[in-house]
Ligand binder design. Sequence first.
Ligand SMILES: C[S@@+](CC[C@H](N)C(=O)[O-])C[C@H]1O[C@@H](n2cnc3c(N)ncnc32)[C@H](O)[C@@H]1O
Length: 204
Amino acid sequence: MNNQYEKMDHWSLKAQKEGYPARSVYKLKEMDEKFGLLRNVRGGRVLDIGAAPGSWSLYALRKMAGAGFLAAVDLSPLSRAFDRGLFEGDNFFFVQGDVYDASIREALVARGPYRLVMSDVAPSTTGNRSVDTLRSLALAEEVVNYAELCLEAGGNLVVKVFQGGDTQEILKRMRLLFTSARGFKPETCRPESFETYYLGIGKR
Ligand SMILES: C[S@@+](CC[C@H](N)C(=O)[O-])C[C@H]1O[C@@H](n2cnc3c(N)ncnc32)[C@H](O)[C@@H]1O
């Protein structure tokens, strides 16, 4: 077993010990600590796009501590192994489905407006980097559409993108929609991974 594998395993194990189904929670935690994403929510609403197995949703619900409301969507169901009833609370709504689907969009927009749209959405990878990058780009564009549609003025956006392809176009669009927009690669991203995150701070 090489060091890199041990490190990956370390983060997944740590996540499970700390009550999260996936190591991806540490990416949100790092961005939250750096940019105050959930602090800015202050009892408002949050939308989690591409939420399964549910680490980001659980992190947000724990940080919100009963105040505010979280809506989440994914093609796959959430894991119920770690939520200790949090996914059954009145301040949580999950819909299983496709973000491109009009009825899903309607259900999510109806539960807004949101103060934070966060998305770790990613296509299932094919191994063909240009196909994967194009699919990720389309998903990220769709997430920005959601932000345009149902994020409050002053609200923030975090969205995952696969690097390569025309990601600069997304950043350009975010710069028009937000007071500031920037890329950020959390340290807990696997070193070989070509994913990064774009943050839009303060919707105009
Ligand atoms: C990296 S995972 C998210 C992990 C999650 N943030 C967590 O912490 O548990 C990416 C998710 O995006 C979802 N996804 C991909 N395409 C989607 C689509 N068109 N609509 C909804 N969800 C989608 C996948 O099903 C997958 O669960």
